[in-house]
Write a protein that binds this ligand. Structure first.
Ligand code: HEM
Length: 217
């Protein structure tokens, strides 16, 4: 079949499922958060049924995002560790923006920009979780002095807005790199896509395939 010859598995089913569950929970948590932060967007809390329901569900949705991101962290951290070759991508950022794929940039499974985003997303969710637990009136806030709760609210707001902006950038770039979103939906990307956007990863996969072939013969 066509898929087997020309396509490469980029993201496994469990990882895709987790990613899209995070997207749903994040969307609902973020919109309810925005509805309390900016009065113009107060209508957004209606997305969870009613403002009261939004208040109840928002922390649980946030925890679901955290749990999902823990899973993604375990699965993806090894591809997001800094490497010497990341400098090549950063130095050639102009060519990347101009979609010039002629230079071999030695990009692994994720490029330097994706790696930075990965770590910023992970840092933001940790701040959101800790500050969110401290200010969670139903269960925990009574154990903390008001000064700590105020600090937690400030940290939660900054990390929340920061993460929303990061995700807007993530969505923009995911759409900008044609083939990336369908890769996250179906799991597969073409060999040409892999070579254009992640050349070292494509090379590594070919070496692996050749070694597996040798092992069988
Ligand atoms: C509509 C919204 C979103 C779209 C269209 C989208 C799209 C994508 C795509 C296409 C990839 C794979 C990139 C590649 O294969 O090179 C990806 C990876 C990823 N996404 Fe999203 N995403 C969305 C929302 C989110 C949200 C809300 C989060 C977390 C709060 C998130 C976290 C991640 C992470 C951690 C990765 C792995 C990247 C890495 O390991 O460097 N995404 N996303």
């Amino acid at each position: 079949m066509q898929r087997k010859q020309d396509q490469i598995l980029r993201t496994k089913f469990a990882e895709r499922l987790c990613h899209w569950m995070i997207v749903l929970c994040f969307f609902l948590a973020a919109t309810s958060g925005i509805s309390w932060f900016f009065p113009t967007f107060s209508w957004m809390s209606g997305l969870l049924g009613s403002p009261q329901m939004a208040r109840i569900l928002h922390p649980f949705l946030g925890i679901a995002v955290f749990v999902g991101l823990c899973f993604m962290f375990v699965r993806f951290v090894r591809y997001n560790l800094p490497e010497k070759t990341d400098v090549i991508w950063l130095r050639n950022i102009k060519g990347v923006v101009l979609k010039d794929h002629t230079q071999p940039l030695r990009i692994g499974k994720y490029n330097a920009g994706q790696k930075v985003l990965f770590w910023l997303i992970m840092a933001s969710i940790v701040v959101l979780l800790i500050s969110g637990l401290i200010m969670w009136r139903a269960y925990f806030s009574e154990y903390f002095p008001i000064s700590v709760i105020r600090l937690a609210i400030l940290a939660h707001s900054i990390a929340g807005i920061g993460l929303i902006l990061l995700i807007l950038g993530h969505i923009y770039l995911a759409i900008w790199v044609r083939g990336a979103v369908s890769g996250m939906v179906t799991g597969y990307v073409s060999k040409t896509w892999a070579r254009q956007h992640h050349d070292r990863w494509a090379d590594e996969l070919e070496v692996k395939k050749a070694e597996a072939g040798k092992g069988r013969s």
